[in-house]
Design a protein around this ligand. Sequence first.
Ligand SMILES: Cc1cc2nc3c(=O)[nH]c(=O)nc-3n(C[C@H](O)[C@H](O)[C@H](O)COP(=O)(O)O)c2cc1C
Length: 411
Amino acid sequence: MARLTAPAPADIDAKTQGALDAIAKQFGFAPSMFTMLAANPTVLEIVMGLQGSIAKLLDAKTRHTIALAVSQSNGCRYCQALHGFISSNLGGMSAGEIELARTGPSSDPKRAAVAKFAQQLIETRGQVSDEDLAVIREVGYIDPEIQAIVAIVVVTLLTSYLNNVSDTVADVPGADHQSAWLSSPSAAQTKETTTLNLDKLITKHLTRYFDPSKRIPEETFQQLLRYLRTSPTTINIQPNHFHVLETQDGKDKLADALVGRFADNAEKVRNASHAIVFTTRKDIPDTHLQEIFEKERSDGRFADPEIQKGWEAGASNFVEIQTENYGGDVLHWLEKNTYLVVGATMMAAASLGVDATPLEGFDRTTVDAAFHLTDTDYTTTLLLVLGYPDEARVSRQPVSRFDAEKIFTRI
Ligand SMILES: Cc1cc2nc3c(=O)[nH]c(=O)nc-3n(C[C@H](O)[C@H](O)[C@H](O)COP(=O)(O)O)c2cc1C
């Protein structure tokens, strides 16, 4: 549900309705961003006026490129979907061009430079370096055009801020709203924010008390999910589905399922910034294997189709071997993969300066029921809560582990 409320149709005055009708005619549908903005007709008028004005600047593909780059940098999922739709349906850009515009590069060097410059403007809040300016001039932009780029960036920022505040519900036909930001990082996003400090990790307790006032920035969280999506699993079996709880309602849904002897964990979930329910397939039917192979083929995992074919035969055979190894208990094997994925995600979170605590203390039947997993192909394996510690409640006691002599045999 969006965080800002759109007005009821009866509360929209005739002039505003006329503006919304014109937008619906232009797009072929009424994007929920404009319906939401109708709650304040003056804001709607400002947005439409500014968008109308910037339509006179530069060429359409360059404008779309800037809008896509800004939306990506700003982590505005709704804007990515909407600008993706506009760029392809109204702007004539191919899926490849759209993807490139989001991530910085482009098949056209001028547009590649403009996308990068737009993201630099956001990163530096306009205080771009002399070198950045020199690069944009080098590809042929003259000063009035550089002003135009800044104007388009700032107008796109306005709508992405409005959509980020509202968390506008994605309603764009044909758009894969998630994959836009999951597929590849933007130029700005590839920069590491924190360096993993192993020495600090060695002396650190897992966080039990999270600070409810601290939220993981959207861009950081997206980076973590991008990592999670690409975690490796045995023969690329990908047995997981992740329920990502990023709203209080989502977290409460999980916390409400942590009752009885697991009630202690409920507070951790409620106070965390985000939580993830890691679920695992209970078996591997042939349809699942075929889905993996199809994706590998379309992603071009192996350059040679013959090698892909050989891989598929080997992978299918390996499933049979593991099924036998585990006495038919395939879930046992697959859940080991899930634990690895959780471990890797904990380290990825640490590298981003985010605390991540796994929770095994839950009743599987209750959590499965809360997430409508009962009698499905999936079951809950582990929970992961993420966020920042409540500094007043961080344990200052030493971490206790067996001595090295007991646990290492170095040969
Ligand atoms: C797989 C796993 C499951 C865990 N489950 C819970 C849990 O349900 N609740 C909890 O408070 N802590 C949980 N923990 C945290 C451990 O209890 C804790 O890391 C361990 O006792 C060592 O304590 P330390 O991190 O303070 O050194 C879990 C840790 C792991 C690795």
